[in-house]
Design a binder for this molecule. Sequence first.
Ligand code: F6P
Length: 541
Amino acid sequence: MTSTPLRDRPAWKALEKHYEEIRGVHLRDLFADDPARGERLVAEGAGLYLDFSKNRITDETIRLLLQLAEESGLAERTEAMFRGDRINVSENRSVLHVALRMPKGSALVVDGVDVVATVHEVLDRMASFADRVRSGEWKGHTGKPIRNIVNIGIGGSDLGPVMAYEALRHYTRRDLTFRFVSNVDSTDFAEATQDLAADETLFIVSSKTFTTLETMTNAHTARAWALAALGDEAAIAKHFVAVSTNAEEVTTFGIDTNNMFGFWDWVGGRYSMDSAIGLSTMLAIGSDAFHELLAGFHAMDEHFRTTPLERNLPALMGLLSVWYADFFGAQTSGVMPYSHYLKRFPAYLQQLTMESNGKHVTLDGRAVDYETGAVYWGEPGTNGQHSFYQLIHQGTKLIPVDLIGFGKTLNPIRDHHDILMSNVFAQAEALAFGKTEEEVRAEGTAEDVVPHRVFEGNRPTNVILAEKLTPHTLGALVALYEHSVFAQGTVWGINSFDQWGVELGKVLATRIIPELESKSEPELAHDSSTNALIRRYRALR
Ligand code: F6P
């Protein structure tokens, strides 16, 4: 990998110059000059079709971005990740989520251990457990089968499971109820359990570390809730399982390690939905469908690892993100799935992208002098169109947007799907081409209203299309973003796999808890604002 600082790489310097030429060029002209652009600037892989023609780029931009990827060592770093090198340097860990979806029978030996074999051992245990629960063979304490599954976890131990459950709802067992408790706000637990019978409920305590305050608080509350209803410690074994890397803490909590599904320190929390953290997903869709999900991930992994960068979906998307963040100064990026099932996908992506690339120093600890990860946000189309798209179309900010759509709906009703998809194409078209003053005038618009009805256009989009939302498609889609994040992080030379930025708040909260709970007036030694807020809270509570 290169050690040349990013701004000193020849491709970066060339891109700076090139940007000056491109910044004033309109997508209208790019399309007018090259009528085949919409068929040319596309790429396909793992069942996904990416149209990136409506980006503010020329062939020269792509050439320079690809050169930047090369100068940044993307190919070498990709190989290093897939090989199991310890590329997460600040935690001295390998980054091997790609091993979670390697097919049975393949091998990846890291530090003398075939990690693929260990992955499949756990997958097989998960499958046999899921089969027992789904068939009713696994009985609760009173002999009743399990009807409700509550996943307790937060961050990567929640967002993946909840997103996948919603995304794949069509494929789930409708006679089983799934709930997800993440927030330490007691409301989350109370509302999730208020209509559940404890003797038919299984809790999955999902936590990589098994020390996360929110999750452990909720897990202890769940334990008390179950015991209050079932009245017997022996019930815990039937109603609690754990997903974790920390067998010791799982045992301390009181869950038998026979009922624990493990994973490894080389799986980052936000990269873990396809590990045992996906147990709720497997319970919902069954182990065969879960394996299809893994196959989708793997197909995209292979695409990313083996496809030349100019046709490589994650690499192209990652490089375009760098282009907008660093040259156009775009601060945010929208992801709008035109599938109601993907309603939690933007929230999932927020952790994946922002916890990964929200970094201000390079791998060797130098402060960056360029922009890194954008703020990701989004809502399912078409709902977003009727709330915030106004700002994307006519506001003063440049917001690159990914629009995700499917050829077939899982719920064919009248012409809903054509209407939905017409909006994908219309939005991308409107954002790119806009509407000129002349066009507005030609419609007979009153002169004083003309400026208000002008659409500047030149707003970039990626359109991602797949045939149908299946477990396989979802896996490919998630892996697409995982590797896009990786490509961005590689160019920026940052560590996309640690998350030290979440630590300080955790430590301070742990100090403040006793100050809030203390019976006597605590001595407060914070700043004047924090002291006053704590006093006000104590008076209000
Ligand atoms: O605080 C951030 C974080 O560490 C995330 O990276 C992680 O996904 C989440 O907390 C939950 O951690 P755990 O699975 O260890 O409970």
